[in-house]
Design a protein around this ligand. Structure first.
Ligand SMILES: [Zn+2]
Length: 279
């Protein structure tokens, strides 16, 4: 087999993504599901974006937020698209979000902002609250497709990192955000668990035994790595090592060149205390 053909086949196999038939089926499903005629459907690969704001607004969000986030995340981290065509529902306000989520997916959402439902193959957003949660939720299906064994702390750390993001030197970066104040307060009160504890949490512990700092601690660890120019390398090294290092602890020690995580945590906490939001 020629090298060129090998590469082409490898690309086909590893690119993930959806066939034309999958697209047709999914678009037909969405048309069937539309709660009213006020919705605009935009094919924004690898997603279908559907919203009940003005058509030009839905199109602007598809390009300005969805495409922007997808292009940047793929450039930094992800080779594979989600295997199925996921639908991003952008509901124009609280009422539309709650009513339509109940009708389409059976329950009123817990989150006022939005959520990802793997079961319904949908990202469901109250887009009136801004595009931050949308970018956060876009991270999850990509993580699922590319790093299925990624622990919850890193999945949520990365999602949370990009919920407040911008472009710096042509790349997407996370910025400080609303999660900072609670974290600084917990640091002041000496309530932040050790990184060994955080990184060792199971998904159930991360979500259901959260002392209130899990998301913020994970986010600002990712933010620290980003600001030190280590986050992309950490993602790649952790992805590669995850069978031997399922929590990421070994990879973290390696990338930080330290065996003393308690000492690192002291430095990290001092660094976090210097951050500000709004900056
Ligand atoms: Zn999340």
């Amino acid at each position: 087999m020629s090298t060129a053909l090998t590469v082409a086949l490898a690309t086909l196999v590893f690119a993930g993504g959806s066939s034309n038939d999958q697209w047709k089926t999914r678009l037909a499903e969405v048309r069937e599901q539309l709660p009213t005629e006020d919705f605009t459907i935009v094919r924004q690969s690898p997603f279908v974006v559907v919203g009940d704001e003005a058509p030009e607004t839905v199109r602007a969000r598809a390009r300005g937020t969805v495409k922007w986030a997808v292009d940047n995340l793929k450039e930094l981290y992800f080779d594979r698209d989600p295997e199925e065509v996921l639908v991003i529902w952008l509901f124009a306000d609280r009422q539309s979000y709650r009513t339509n989520a109940k009708t389409l997916f059976g329950s009123i959402p817990d989150s006022p902002y939005g959520y990802y439902s793997p079961h319904y193959k949908a990202l469901v957003m109250n887009i009136a609250t801004g595009g931050g949660t949308l970018v956060h939720e876009i991270v999850h299906p990509f993580m699922q497709a590319n790093f299925p064994h990624c622990p919850a702390w890193f999945n949520e750390g990365m999602g949370s990192l990009y919920e407040q993001s911008a472009e710096r030197n042509g790349h997407m970066v996370g910025l400080t955000n609303w999660r900072l104040a609670g974290l600084q307060e917990a640091i002041t009160n000496d309530r932040v668990p050790s990184f060994t504890t955080l990184l060792s949490t199971t998904a159930d512990e991360f979500y259901n035994a959260d002392p209130g700092t899990n998301y913020a601690q994970a986010r600002y660890l990712c933010y620290y790595l980003q600001e030190k120019g280590l986050l992309v390398d950490f993602y790649k090294a952790f992805h590669k090592a995850h069978t031997k290092d399922p929590t990421g602890l070994k990879t973290l020690r390696k990338i930080l060149s330290t065996d003393d995580l308690p000492k690192f945590q002291e430095e990290w906490e001092a660094w976090v205390m210097e951050l500000s939001f709004p900056s």
